[in-house]
Design a protein around this ligand. Structure first.
Ligand code: DAH
Length: 340
């Protein structure tokens, strides 16, 4: 019996190095420890032994059986850890491997200009408001002192939705909406899309962008308007850029002014961009017409205000040397990539 056990141990020992897969492991378990395995056969054979010999033989078989189980479980650990390593190796992803270049777009020049304007004016204490693009005639015209049949309506080729509803022709209706819903002091800017029935060419588009500004308080004067716009010019274009006010007319401001900035291309010396004048027209402005204040529920005896409207396309064209307005709306990523 002892000899046979030693032989079985010997057999398993020799096999161990070759047990390198779960199947071979299972085969070995069945062969040595299974129901029809060698050890079980030996146990059965114990019946032939004398009662005195039996306990000793049983103990020997158990010792060997334990020994075999330990060896096979070592085998199992070895196989498992090897399989884990293989899996790790074969499933490894090389995160440093170079991939195809992703083509990057750029930010739209109008977005860049808008962000600078908003930064500039919020830095001076203005709050950003937004309003509807489809607007009532009442806000777009009437409350701004542009009644029906007023010649100023002809200057803005309006898209009418019906008799009372238009696509807003400027951001100025937000002046009226703000005055009607807020109490002074008011200091707002309103950027947004505006619409006019213009033919598309290098300097016209039926859709373009403006930014409105409105300030209402007790002692607001034209000097505050000038100071605010000078500060805007300096912050955006540098300390040598200033404003020039030219008398103008808008029904909703009195007095009104067209405002020019020192030409940023030639710093006022005169160049093709400013047509030799040294100045570039960028916005309309003025003191809010007292009639407009009263129509919008603000006491014109107590309060004064100033307003301005800036064309964003114009500023972006000047800043980036864009000659044709159509480029803004064609969505050509290759073109915009240069503004990254
Ligand atoms: N709304 C005018 C336009 O689109 C621009 C404008 C002029 C706005 C004078 C103003 C202003 O606020 O005071 O032509």
């Amino acid at each position: 019996m002892k000899e046979m056990l030693e032989q079985l141990k010997q057999q398993l020992s020799e096999m161990l190095p070759e047990i390198d897969s779960p199947q071979k492991l299972e085969e070995a378990k069945v062969r040595f420890l299974g129901k029809k395995g060698s050890l079980t056969a030996l146990k059965r054979g114990m019946g032939a032994l004398s009662p005195e010999e039996r306990p000793k033989a049983g103990q020997m078989i158990n010792t060997v059986s334990q020994w075999m189980e330990e060896r096979l479980s070592e085998c199992e650990q070895r196989i498992k850890s090897r399989m884990r390593e293989e899996a790790l190796r074969s499933e490894t992803i090389d995160v440093t491997e170079p991939r195809d270049a992703i083509s990057m777009g750029g930010e739209h020049p109008l977005t860049l200009v808008l962000r600078d304007l908003v930064d500039c004016f919020t830095g001076m204490g203005f709050e950003v408001v937004e309003g509807p693009e489809i607007e009532l005639d009442h806000y777009n015209f009437e409350l701004l002192n542009i009644p029906k049949n007023h010649p100023a309506r002809d200057a803005q080729d309006t898209f009418y939705v019906d008799d009372n509803i238009v696509l807003r022709t400027h951001t100025s209706p937000m002046q009226a909406r703000t005055m009607l819903t807020r109490k002074p002091p008011i200091r707002i800017i309103c950027p947004g899309r505006v619409f006019r029935a213009d033919e598309v060419d290098a300097t016209h588009s039926p859709v373009f962008h403006q930014m409105e500004g409105l300030v209402i308080d007790e002692d607001v004067t034209m000097a505050d308007l000038r100071g605010t716009l000078n500060e805007f010019a300096r912050r955006l274009y540098g300390s040598d850029v200033t404003t020039r006010f030219r008398p103008s007319f808008f029904p909703f401001t009195e007095p009104s002014a067209e405002v020019d900035l020192t030409c940023m291309a030639c710093h006022g010396k005169g160049c093709p961009i400013c047509k030799g004048t040294g100045w570039i027209e960028v916005l309309g402005s003025g003191m809010v017409n007292p009639k407009v204040l009263d129509m919008c529920g603000i006491d014109s005896k107590k309060y004064k205000g100033f307003a301005f409207g800036i064309g964003l396309e114009r500023i972006a064209m000047l800043r980036y040397g864009i000659r044709d307005m159509r480029l803004f709306y064609e969505g050509d990523q290759k073109y915009f990539a240069q503004f990254r």
